[in-house]
Structure formats: structure tokens, C-alpha cells
Design a protein around this ligand. Structure first.
Ligand SMILES: [Zn+2]
Length: 228
């Protein structure tokens, strides 16, 4: 028996059900703002889940970098770190400093500038060298851009379904993850790798992950070497 607020509907239903009712009522508001009012619903002869999903999701604007995380066959942990980076939610030292967790916000990768996200990916001398090697490995002849520039470039040129695009998105996720891991290992394990060593590991990890896909295997067969 649930003893909630007496005299209201919430008082006679259990908490799990009241949560569900709240969600239904919230969705009612969302549908109403999408034009699905009582009058409209009354006149619908055939309802499909697709139609309903479209009505709900059309209200929300698609984010530009959606393809980088949604259509990416990278390891879940790589995508998770990429997702946090895209949301500026990684625990970068300048964020930790605002909460009073750290005082020194110097970047441990280059020891040259403050650790902020735009620096870490890929303005930092260390991470830019890693990513430059990876770009050369993919035969992409351009200079490394900052975080905004790199995500925008990937969205413009590599959001398709071709194997080479999938491989690019996966490689970006792997690189972001391994650079993030390197930063943490330097702090907590006191180990240091060079940009060449990290770029080599990115390539190894991408090859291992890519083996699961026949389509990616064809592209990876042409990339059977380490970055210079
Ligand atoms: Zn740095």
C-alpha cells in the first residue's frame, strides 16, 4: 500500500506508476506542441509508431555531430569519451579547477599551456602530432584543426555510409579516447608515451576493431602499415 499525498490521485497509486503517469502527461504536452491535439488525434484513422516518433522527434533539432556518435561502429568506451567531448563534459583540468579539485591546470601532455578542451583536442603539441600522423596514415593532406574545426570537417566530409567514412569516424573516436587515456595515465600511473607510440596504438586498435566488419576490412587492407 502506498501512502502518498492523501486526497489526490498520487496518494492512491504506487511511486513507480506515478512516475509513469508523469511521463505520459509530459509526453501529452510534447505532442500538443507538435500539433497533436485532441481534435487532430480524433480524426486519425490509422496510427503508426513511425508517425508518432516523427511527431515527437521533429520538435528537436538534430545536432550537427550526430553522425559521429550514432553511426559509429567504434568500441562503446571510445564513443562514450567522444560523446562527452562533444558535449564539453570531459573532466578537463580547467573544469576541475572551478570546483576546487585541482590547482595546477597545466596540460600534462605538452607542459606548455593550460588544459582546456580546445587545447587538448587538438591544439596541444602532443595531440596534434598524434592526429597529424593519423591523418597522413589515412592519406588526408591537411593541417590539424582545433576541436570545432575537426568535428565540423568530419561532419562535412565523413558522415556518409561508405567504409572510408565509417573508418574515419571510428579512428577519430579511437584517437580521442587514447589521447584522453594517455593524459590520465601520465597523471595516475606516471607513464609517458611519445606521439609516435600513441599513433601506432590508434592504428592497432582500429585494425583490431575494424576486423569485425567485412566492409572495413577492405579499406584496412590498404592501410596495413604504421603512421610515419
Ligand atoms: Zn598540451
Amino acid at each position: 500500500m502506498y501512502y502518498g499525498k492523501q486526497g489526490t490521485i498520487w496518494g492512491i497509486i504506487p511511486p513507480q506508476t506515478s512516475w509513469m503517469v508523469k511521463k505520459i502527461l509530459q509526453m501529452h504536452k510534447v505532442l500538443k506542441t507538435s500539433g497533436w491535439n485532441e481534435e487532430y488525434v480524433k480524426h486519425i484513422e490509422k496510427l503508426s509508431i513511425k508517425q508518432l516518433y516523427k511527431a515527437i522527434t521533429e520538435k528537436y533539432q538534430k545536432v550537427e555531430w550526430r553522425s559521429l556518435t550514432c553511426n559509429n561502429i567504434a568500441c562503446p568506451k571510445w564513443i562514450f569519451i567522444l560523446y562527452l567531448a562533444l558535449h564539453s563534459r570531459l573532466l578537463i583540468r580547467d573544469r576541475l579547477a572551478t570546483w576546487g579539485c585541482v590547482e595546477d591546470i597545466e596540460c600534462v601532455l605538452c607542459r606548455n599551456e593550460d588544459e582546456i578542451q580546445n587545447h587538448l583536442f587538438f591544439r596541444c603539441l602532443f595531440s596534434s602530432q598524434v592526429w597529424q600522423k593519423i591523418l597522413r596514415w589515412r592519406n588526408i593532406n591537411r593541417k590539424v584543426k582545433g576541436w570545432e574545426g575537426e568535428t565540423s570537417w568530419a561532419n562535412t566530409y565523413c558522415k556518409g555510409k561508405q567504409a572510408k567514412d565509417e573508418l574515419y569516424r571510428m579512428t577519430l573516436a579511437a584517437s580521442v579516447y587514447l589521447i584522453w587515456q594517455e593524459k590520465n595515465q601520465r597523471i595516475f600511473q606516471k607513464t609517458v608515451r611519445t606521439p609516435a607510440m600513441l599513433a601506432k596504438q590508434v592504428v592497432q586498435e582500429v585494425h583490431m576493431r575494424g576486423r569485425a566488419s567485412i566492409r572495413l576490412n577492405c579499406v584496412l587492407a590498404t592501410l596495413n602499415f604504421y603512421p610515419e
